[in-house]
Design a protein around this ligand. Structure first.
Ligand code: CA
Length: 236
């Protein structure tokens, strides 16, 4: 009988939901995830994804795009209406358009299946889970009061404009997730002035300046080249 001794060096276990219609790929992923110390479950029909998530919330979802029943884009869109669970999209296709579409719909990361590298996928999973754990244990507590439309760090209220407040609220609600400029523009929607991508950049610049003193001078809003911004507190 094999022993469980390898578990001592394994990461804190997590429950990974695999949504993939190719049994060989799913089996390989399960094998690698198990070896890395993670629990996983597998479904092949896109229509089963949301009921699975609702019945038991996984810690992360590996989501294929081309699926029978309901494609990965649709699943991602519907999931984001009620959950912030990390989503790593798997696709045979490559290209910036797909990548952007995935991020627009709320996917956290995107990986190409050709060539298929379960090792790389597991490495990404580890990184995503680690990131999530590190942001959930913040030294400085940022809190957002949606009723009062204000934000504070460790009890000190930030002096933000309504636009800065809306951007911070959107970004900080899901630390580590990249938002495109278009998505952030939507958050500024009820501003009566016509807004452009440049407006987002300038509000972000001001927001950074106001936040830095509360985080020991560290920047917490990071630019992702060609895509947009994310909120993340990176420990020194
Ligand atoms: Ca597929």
């Amino acid at each position: 009988m094999p022993t469980d001794t390898f578990n001592f060096s394994a990461p804190v276990t997590a429950d990974i939901l695999i949504v993939e219609d190719e049994p060989k790929m799913a089996e390989l992923l399960k094998t690698y995830l198990t070896a890395a110390g993670y629990a996983s479950r597998w479904i092949s029909d896109g229509r089963e994804a949301l009921p699975q998530v609702r019945s038991q919330m996984p810690d992360l979802i590996l989501l294929d795009i081309m699926l029978p029943g309901c494609d990965g884009w649709q699943i991602c869109r519907e999931l984001r209406e009620f959950s912030d669970v990390p989503i790593l999209m798997l696709s045979a296709r490559i290209g910036e358009e797909d990548r952007l579409q995935g991020l627009e719909l709320g996917a956290d990361d995107y990986i190409c299946k050709t060539p298929f590298s379960p090792r790389e996928i597991v490495a990404r999973v580890k990184a995503m889970l680690r990131r999530q754990r590190s942001v959930s244990a913040l030294p400085s507590a940022l809190s957002i009061d949606a009723d009062l439309h204000c934000a504070s760090v460790d009890g000190v209220t930030l002096n933000l404009t309504p636009q800065e407040y809306r951007l911070l609220k959107a970004l900080a609600a899901t630390p580590g997730r990249v938002f495109s400029r278009d998505q952030l523009l939507d958050k500024l929607h009820d501003d009566y002035r016509p807004v452009t991508d440049r407006a987002v950049d300038s509000h972000i610049k001001n927001l950074r300046r106001k936040l830095e003193p509360f985080f020991d001078g560290r920047n917490v809003i990071h630019a992702i080249y060609g895509v947009g911004y994310k909120f993340e507190i990176i420990e020194p």
